[in-house]
Design a protein around this ligand. Structure first.
Ligand code: CP
Length: 303
């Protein structure tokens, strides 16, 4: 794997292997035994993904180079390509990128000689979020085959929906979408169901926030959003006994989900965030190993 850009790059067995590595890192300390540098280039706001990569990198022993887009030379007109080449030139061993463009990788792909991990590309993909969602589902059910998963919310503008629908189908789950009229993505070949049907029939209810930042001021269908399209307390009562709630967060409490449900018994929202650290450790070690940096050192086990 040269860069990790899309979940489509991974076979079913590679996904299981990454989840296994993540669970290993959950229980054991591992570090690379040579000095390595990571650059986290976030051109869009992030709380979870950026800090989760930071924790993952620090746990693996990487040093993190300082970058804040608003205080960087991108403000003087430097391109993404030249920014990445700069980090490559000064010795970064890994570059993590979040950018508002859907296709930023096309500008970089074969021209840079440093591994890149996609931490969110426009409306297109969020592959590490997808893998942590898979791990959270797998830890619940120990399978994907036969599960009914609904992805509900602003499907049209969501990179999480695009990554997750493709991969959950590949792993054997039956995927449904649920969205208000303005948020339907006609290009996605999955059946749409109502939130009532989703709550009553699905094993996993994955909610998404309205992606205001990608609407170009064209907001539609937001009136009575929670009652019409969100997970209300009344709908939660009708969920299957074992069914779980996921959300990549940030959550807009009271919009796509009733605030009281964010931390309810069925919710795995904060577990998703914890799993994100270990999934990112697994992806970082996989890509660095595949670039020839193989010498990890085991530290004493935590338990
Ligand atoms: N889930 C997610 O990508 O959250 P952040 O935008 O806070 O990174």
């Amino acid at each position: 794997m040269r860069h990790f850009i899309s979940v489509n790059q991974l076979s079913e067995s590679e996904i299981f292997s990454i989840m296994k590595t993540a669970e290993y890192y959950q229980n054991n300390n591992f570090q690379f035994n040579r000095q390595l540098f990571a650059a986290n280039l976030f051109f869009e706001p992030s709380t979870r993904t950026k800090n989760s990569f930071t924790v993952a990198e620090k746990k693996l022993g990487l040093e993190i180079l300082d970058f804040h887009s608003e205080a960087s030379s991108t403000q003087k007109g430097e391109t993404l390509y030249d920014t990445v080449k700069t980090f490559e030139s000064i010795g970064a061993d890994l570059v993590v990128i979040r950018h508002e463009a859907d296709a930023w990788i096309e500008e970089l792909d074969s021209k840079v000689n440093v591994p890149i991990i996609n931490a969110g590309a426009g409306k297109k993909e969020h592959p590490t979020q997808c893998l942590l969602d898979l791990l959270t589902i797998y830890q619940e059910y120990n399978r994907f085959k036969g599960l009914k998963v609904v992805i509900a919310g602003d499907i049209k503008h969501s990179r999480v929906a695009h990554s997750n629908a493709m991969v959950l189908k590949k792993m054997g789950a039956t995927v449904y979408l649920s969205a208000a009229p303005g948020y339907v993505d006609e290009t996605m070949d999955f059946p749409y169901i109502s939130m009532d049907e989703a709550a009553e029939t699905c094993d996993v209810v994955m909610l998404l926030r309205i992606q205001h930042e990608r609407h170009d001021g064209q907001l539609t269908g937001t009136e009575n959003y929670l009652a019409n399209y969100g997970l209300t307390k009344e709908r939660e009562k009708r969920m299957r006994p074992h069914a779980i709630i996921l959300h990549p967060a940030p959550v807009n409490r009271g919009v796509e989900i009733d605030s009281d449900l964010v931390e309810c018994e069925r919710s795995r929202i904060f577990k998703q965030m914890s799993n994100g650290v270990y999934i990112r450790m697994a992806i970082i070690s996989k890509i660095l190993n595949e670039w020839g940096i193989r010498n990890e050192t085991a530290f004493e086990k935590r338990k």
